[in-house]
Design a binder for this molecule. Structure first.
Ligand code: FES
Length: 110
């Protein structure tokens, strides 16, 4: 069972424009981008070889290419742009200048 869990990440002003940053928090490895002031949060782990390098990817407008083998994804939707697997995206919001990301919290039923 999963429940929405908004997690405070950092000040939005601390995220550089057009350059990915990596945040590892709880069990999540995130790649965060700010493009023309808009924030995008995706899984930092590429669905191809499970390499945690998406934050180092090549930005092309609002899409990104993995730096390892070049799989491309739409940053907003996570959809593949070259008929491969999609990448997970995370909803985010800015509150009082801080970025919050919705990270589902896992609860176990024993
Ligand atoms: S690990 Fe990302 S495209 Fe191969």
């Amino acid at each position: 069972m999963e429940k929405e869990n908004l997690v405070k990440i950092c000040k939005v002003d601390d995220i550089p424009e057009n350059k990915g940053v990596r945040f590892e928090i709880d069990d999540y490895d995130l790649a965060i981008f700010k493009i023309k002031g808009e924030i995008f949060v995706i899984n930092n782990v590429c669905p191809h070889n499970h390499t945690p390098q998406m934050f180092n990817g090549h930005l092309m407008g609002a899409s990104i290419a993995c730096p390892i083998h070049g799989w491309k994804f739409d940053l907003k939707t996570g959809k593949t742009l070259n008929n491969n697997s999609d990448i997970k995206t995370f909803a985010s919001k800015v509150i009082d200048g801080y970025l919050f990301v919705s990270l589902p919290k896992k609860f176990f039923k024993w």
